[in-house]
Design a binder for this molecule. Sequence first.
Ligand code: SF4
Length: 464
Amino acid sequence: MPAIFLFAGMTRSCATAHSMNSFAFRLIRWQKQHGRHDLPWQGADGMTRCAQASGAGMPSPRLLPQSAGRNPHLNPLPEGEEAIALSPSGGKLDRGLAITSDLASVVGSPSRMASSSISNVSEADAYRVWLSEIMLQQTQVATVIPYYQRFVASFPTIAALAAASEEQVLTHWSGLGYYARGRNLHRAAQLIAEKHHGEFPRQFEQILELPGIGRSTAAAICALAWHERRAILDGNVRRVLARYCGIEGWAGDRKVEEKLWQQAEALLPQRDIASYTQALMDLGATVCTRSKPKCGDCPVHSDCVAFQSERVNELPTPRPRKAVPERHAVFLLLLHGNDILLEKRPGSGIWGGLWCPPQFDDEAAARDWFVRNGMTANEGVRLETFTHTFTHFRLHITPLKIQLSRKPLHAAQPGSVVVGASAPLQPRRTPCGCSVWLDVEEALGAAIPTPVRSLLQKLTCRMG
Ligand code: SF4
């Protein structure tokens, strides 16, 4: 195919004819040879594979605390830690403390009879397509696979997922980030159980109504599970189309997004939509990557605007830069022996529904809370401040490790602390919902966010 010469800054229509040389044809042919065919959510036996492979390399999720053996001794202060002054009387905190063939198979056969592994996806597989699509939002395939396998092994059907508790779901999501996805998945499963008799809805509009499912995800499920002719536009596809079609401007801009959707619709093949959809995903994930795309291996480089006009590094247009807000927080790592106090966070907001140490805006607020709850401490240590980056801000967290002389029987308003390592989770009249004492090792198996996991892992090392 002759190369198309384009001048820098030029954009051409990508609405090419449905021919052997069409964008879609070349992608599908490429996918059959070079695409991914062994992902756990592809193929009729995927569920079995998942069940067999579940848990590989992952810690077993545990839901609720059970008391375990204790090591009452914490190691001496490691390098980088700073001792916190405690008041001499009773060890209270000091107030002054700064604490994603051939021609016949591609265009000549009905799409539902296509021969790729993708075509093996049946109605019953909508669940795993849905699950994988949700997990793959914001997360790389390699990271998703073990989570997906564990998740499907524990919740093999929509009914099983709907019947699970949010705690169980979040425990399986722990470490994957963007926890609203897990909560929405759970709520959606319950809605499917209530409104659709437990069967995944087949209509695009019904799918779109489910929590956590946007236009592209609903289209991907329709295309991959139901072989319905729908366009997708996830992050990877935006990048491929921006480059292939030479669309300038940040994809977050509504007009730019509309152009991308128009091209995504215009490039759709008439048949074999599932293979095409998977091909787009595979190309974006393995060839047309964010950095160092492998244009030499790309099936559409002969008429890719970005490649032909040497603008691959300029497209897609990055998000306009703006200052990222910096925030600060203090974590109180309240320890008694090997037990640590964790609070359940509110259902919405960062780390919603997960377990974290009590968090405060600053050390003065932490100290005030500590004193008001009549806690006494044997030892207080300020650990090194670390930074966790969220989508819209950076959070600098200073952990204060406090070894309590005894567990508090009561906490002052706004609620009471649950006492006892094996105590069931009980509601607490605070924005955080409830709190619980957990053995640090067992807390690692609970629904906790990644930075808390790192902190607890360090604590277990120090506890020996
Ligand atoms: S030629 Fe390069 S930039 Fe264009 S679609 Fe292929 S990989 Fe992406």
